[in-house]
Ligand binder design. Structure first.
Ligand code: BJW
Length: 294
């Protein structure tokens, strides 16, 4: 009922007002209302491929042209998208509370573009807009927001490019349409390392089986190791199925944190499930967060 809903909002607001040490775990659902597809569920298919099947070192090894086209499309979509009200609400809250840290699984750059302070934003799965040399001995890494990153990875469009019109529908792009053949991209036309002039570049994201960035892991460890309790963890738009990211919910719990989940799917409760003391705000994070973080 309406009064139950407002009671829930009220009890969360009260707890937030008393909270000092706060965590947020962010996932692809945060950017869903900016028009970016998620990984699992309806949005998780790119052409005939599961997004999670392409996000592996094995897929890149087997077909770097296919995987680069997937990431070129994701870079193009992300650059064309705008941060939504939830990105801004979290960024503003981060500026107000210096004891708030954000663990983002997102690689789309929207939190940064909403002005989220970089010192409290930890990118667990890297960033679409960094590149790394695949040559073991080279170590080259750089920021790169050019679109396309190389001419051969330009995003072909026949009709309206949704990123340049008001309606943003990822699957309207030809490159996302399995009925339209992907152009063959010769290996030598893929991005190569300007430093060693030998290795191929790869997106600076974390694929399955790869370690998360050491700096992010250390910051979280430090936050958790602090003897003071954690007051709250907000779990926003994530299916919480990917580790170690998902494990931070139960880690925060053991340090006393209450859990607030923001998800459109009532079944996507993180970790050990939802308790009486938790809040589950079932709906669009871009609707709820601006209201609750006011
Ligand atoms: C809305 C909404 C709206 C929609 N409002 N909500 C322990 C147990 C078992 C396995 C492992 C384990 N530890 C490690 C593993 C292996 C593996 C793993 O977790 N596998 C699981 C699948 C079981 N983990 C790893 O390999 C990690 N590395 C690692 O652990 O290294 C150490 C190690 C190495 C070797 C051996 C052992 C240990 C690395 C994980 C890297 C994940 N990478 C990806 C791709 C990044 C690059 C890219 O973007 O392409 O990260 S996979 C993909 O999933 C991406 C995401 O960040 C991540 C999480 O997805 P997310 O964000 O939750 O999205 P969805 O789509 O799943 O959910 C969206 C949610 O939003 C849904 O709930 C919707 O309902 C909701 N929603 N609209 C609010 N408007």
């Amino acid at each position: 009922s309406t009064s139950q809903a407002s009671q829930k909002i009220e009890s969360f607001a009260q707890h937030l007002a008393q909270s000092k040490r706060v965590l947020a775990l962010l996932g692809a659902g945060l950017s869903a209302s900016s028009g970016l597809p998620t990984f699992r569920g309806a949005g998780g298919l790119w052409r005939t491929h599961e997004a999670t099947q392409l996000a592996t070192p094995e897929a890149f090894e087997a077909d770097p042209g296919l995987v680069w086209q997937f990431y070129s499309y994701r870079r193009h979509m992300s650059l064309g998208a705008r941060p939504n009200r939830a990105h801004y609400a979290l960024a503003e809250y981060a500026k107000r509370n210096p004891e708030f840290i954000t663990l983002s699984q997102n690689v789309d750059g929207l939190s940064q573009r909403a002005g989220h302070p970089s010192e409290s934003l930890h990118l667990l799965h890297g960033n679409l807009f960094t590149v790394k040399c695949t040559s073991f001995y080279c170590g080259y890494t750089a920021d790169d927001t050019t679109d396309p990153i190389v001419p051969a990875l330009a995003i072909p469009t026949s009709g309206d490019d949704p990123t340049t019109t008001s309606a943003l529908h990822a699957r309207d792009l030809d490159i996302a349409d399995a009925a339209i053949a992907l152009p063959e991209v010769p290996l030598q036309a893929l991005p190569h390392c300007p430093k060693c002039k030998d290795g191929m570049l790869r997106p600076g994201v974390v694929w399955f089986g790869e370690r998360l960035p050491e700096k992010a892991l250390q910051s979280i460890e430090q936050f958790v190791a602090d003897p003071r309790p954690i007051d709250l963890i907000m779990v926003v738009g994530t299916s919480a199925r990917v580790f170690p990211a998902a494990s931070y919910v139960d880690i925060a719990r053991t340090k006393g944190a209450r859990v607030a989940v923001f998800n459109t799917d009532a079944n996507d409760a993180p970790g050990s499930g939802i308790t009486e003391d938790d809040w589950f705000f079932c709906g669009d994070a871009a609707q709820y967060l601006p209201e609750l973080l006011k």
